[in-house]
Design a protein around this ligand. Structure first.
Ligand code: DGP
Ligand code: NA
Ligand code: NA
Length: 213
């Protein structure tokens, strides 16, 4: 690697989709592939259940605690904010972060409960904007058929239908949409191509932006 590469930044790549869209497995596959390619990369996910806010979120998702809809929304957001500066320093030092869920989940899942869409976006404003969002597209019905949902709070067909609607509202032309019903290897290949193109663009000096501006 020459000096230009030594100073180049990493990318923030976010994977989004309904529960059981397959994005967690694809995230793991992508990270292994990038490591093999010599890319400096880390696998991240939100909610990060290891922090104290994350433990509150985890108990809520397991239905072990009840929280006001707005209170849990703000906890999910705080769970991202508490990682913001670490994310920035990692990216600026050249590490690419592959992040399983981010602010889009924050808005789509809370808005699906009936909370105001703009109200849901507000606490996310100012977080680091992803360089790439890959959306794993699957119908809520197909996702539900995939071995059934677990027991967590949001894993119900009617709820996921609403989440899907809010994801379509959030989606913009920059998102890369992958058909999550294609065979895993084909999905994997598409994800790799999108990620590699993004990583190269960021290395060439694309500025890091903020949500939602
Ligand atoms: P996961 O660990 O990716 O399975 O996510 C757990 C569940 O929480 C899943 O149903 C998606 C949902 N979720 C993820 N992020 C947020 C968020 O910021 N806000 C809300 N309300 N739900 C979220
Ligand atoms: Na889940
Ligand atoms: Na997941």
């Amino acid at each position: 690697m020459d000096n230009v590469h030594d100073k180049s930044r990493g990318s923030l790549i976010v994977l989004e989709g309904l529960d059981r869209s397959g994005k967690t497995s694809q995230s793991n596959r992508l990270v292994s592939y990038l490591k093999e390619k010599g890319v400096l990369v880390e696998s991240w996910r939100f909610p990060d259940r290891t922090t104290s806010t994350g433990q509150m979120i985890s108990a809520y998702l397991a239905n072990e605690s009840q929280l006001d809809d707005r209170a849990i929304h703000l906890l999910f957001s705080a769970n991202r904010w508490e990682k913001r500066s670490l994310m920035e320093s990692k990216i600026m030092c050249g590490t690419t972060l592959i992040v399983d869920r981010y602010s889009y989940s924050g808005v789509a899942f809370s808005a699906a409960k009936g909370l105001d869409f703009q109200w849901c976006k507000a606490p996310e404003v100012g977080l680091i904007a992803p360089d790439l969002v890959i959306y794993f597209d699957i119908s809520p019905e197909k996702a539900a058929e995939r071995g059934g949902y677990g027991t967590e709070r949001y894993e119900k067909l009617e709820f996921q239908k609403k989440v899907a609607e809010h994801y379509s509202t959030l989606r913009d032309a920059s998102w890369k949409i992958v058909d999550a019903c294609l065979p895993m290897d084909i999905v994997e290949e598409q994800v790799r191509e999108f990620a590699m193109a993004c990583i190269l663009t960021c290395q060439k000096g694309k500025p890091l932006n903020k949500l939602w501006s």
